[in-house]
Ligand binder design. Structure first.
Ligand SMILES: Cc1cc2nc3c(=O)[nH]c(=O)nc-3n(C[C@H](O)[C@H](O)[C@H](O)COP(=O)(O)OP(=O)(O)OC[C@H]3O[C@@H](n4cnc5c(N)ncnc54)[C@H](O)[C@@H]3O)c2cc1C
Length: 391
């Protein structure tokens, strides 16, 4: 039998998001010596974003391989598949639980519980918190990793899973994510049942897509009783700085919404007026499609670090987890003679997959922010419902 390529190797993963944690689990359960270095000070250092739908061929396939389907089934939210498409006046145009009766078509799970499932499946001490990666140096066949707090470690294989603004990426490629033209502004309302009961009812435990005037507003319920919402509109890349807005000032941001989304109903305004904590501007970037880089012998990327893309196809987390699955398979399945060859095979399929998924994502981003967005989306889901009904 071919010895595993990971035997006697120290593997370092930078970043403990869904991509990094899934990879750590898949490698560790197969005997690899793996450590995750995470920037956050501890598990609950920041509130985790909205609900994510996992797809059978990607996110769920990775959880299945990691032996975590039972944990997933105990934590997913069947009711969260409930989807309403509304116009800017908050009139319902489409209304359906798109997840089927058991909620398992594209089952939804909150980001917090997903991370918890992955974290709790790892051996104690696998994740080292408060380790913000700052730089690396190649030393012979090994890599020296330096962290902002002054500590340093050596590893034989390093995987950057440090998200959209990856600090590992520049050590691998000059390719940079390109601004998509779409700006997201994210906010949260806690205890929505009591604070904004009408919108809470409208959400029905699921998601709302509001479309109009070439803009979007997505509202998503969470299992902890809060809701997360985000606007999408066409704004310059440097708008967060140049707008002069103080994103911690609710009045200022609400006034901006009234102007930017002029003519939208009071339902939407209520979200801003009742939001807690700072709003987060998120310019949406996409890595160039159909581009790759020469594989390095002991350094690669997974997830957003490799191929950040806007959220409008719901693929980001699924691709991060599928990267983890495919990379672990290349390292563990005995088909490759050494780590560089395994990394080359992984990167080839990852680049090819992203070329397709990234294209679809950019197409979705464009039409969802076009004047015809509402009718396109309602038609799409109505047709899908008809097909489901006739299947
Ligand atoms: C508003 C919004 C909505 C979205 N909705 C969806 C959706 O519905 N479905 C979907 O599939 N995807 C969605 N996404 C995309 C999804 O969140 C990402 O694709 C996914 O989280 C990528 O996982 P990751 O593990 O690669 O990176 P991340 O989740 O970004 O994790 C990266 C980790 O690395 C850590 N880190 C960063 N820098 C360092 C450093 N220097 N040193 C150490 N650690 C570091 C971070 O703290 C973090 O824990 C959405 C994104 C946004 C912004």
């Amino acid at each position: 039998m071919t010895p595993q390529l990971t035997a006697n190797k120290k593997i370092a993963i930078i970043g403990g998001g869904p991509g990094g944690l899934t990879l750590a689990k898949l490698l560790q359960m197969n005997g690899a010596d793996v450590t995750v270095y995470e920037r956050d000070e501890h598990k609950d250092a920041r509130s985790q974003g909205a609900t994510l739908d996992l797809h059978h061929e990607s996110g769920l396939a990775a959880l299945q391989a990691a032996g975590l389907m039972d944990a997933f089934k105990a934590n997913y939210r069947p009711e969260a598949g409930y989807m309403r498409i509304l116009d800017k006046a908050a009139k319902i145009q489409f209304d359906e639980n798109i997840n089927g009766d058991d909620g398992f078509n594209r089952p939804e799970i909150d980001r917090g519980p997903l991370n918890t499932i992955l974290l709790e499946s790892l051996a104690p001490g696998t994740v080292v918190w408060d380790q913000q990666f700052s730089s690396l140096a190649h030393e012979g066949n090994r890599i020296r990793l330096m962290f902002k707090n002054g500590t340093a470690v050596h590893a034989d294989l390093v995987i950057g899973a440090d998200g959209a603004n990856s600090k590992v990426r520049p050590y691998i490629t000059d390719l940079r994510p390109v601004y998509s033209g779409n700006m997201v502004l994210e906010g949260t309302v806690y205890d929505s049942a009591n604070i904004i009961p009408k919108t809470h009812e409208l959400l029905n435990g699921g998601k709302i897509f509001a479309l109009g005037d070439s803009k979007t507003l997505v509202v998503s319920s969470k299992g902890d009783g809060s809701l997360v919402f985000y606007t999408g509109s066409s704004l310059p890349e440097n708008w967060p700085r140049e707008s002069g807005l103080n994103f911690s000032d609710k009045e200022e941001v609400t006034a901006w919404f009234k102007t930017e989304f002029a003519g939208w109903g009071d339902t939407w305004l209520e979200l801003f007026e009742n939001a807690s904590g700072p709003f987060i501007p998120r310019p949406q970037y996409c890595m160039p499609l159909d581009k790759s880089w020469p594989t390095l012998p002991n350094l690669t990327l997974v997830g957003d670090a490799a191929h950040v893309m806007p959220p409008y196809a719901g693929e980001g987390v699924n691709m991060a987890m599928l990267d983890a699955l495919e990379l672990s398979q290349c390292l563990l399945n005995g088909a490759f003679k050494d780590i560089p060859t395994a990394l080359a095979a992984y990167e080839k399929q990852m680049h090819e997959r992203f070329a397709e998924v990234g294209k679809e994502t950019l197409e979705n981003t464009r039409w969802m922010h076009s004047p015809e967005a509402l009718s396109i989306m309602v038609d799409f889901f109505s047709q899908a419902k008809k097909h489901q009904g006739s299947a």
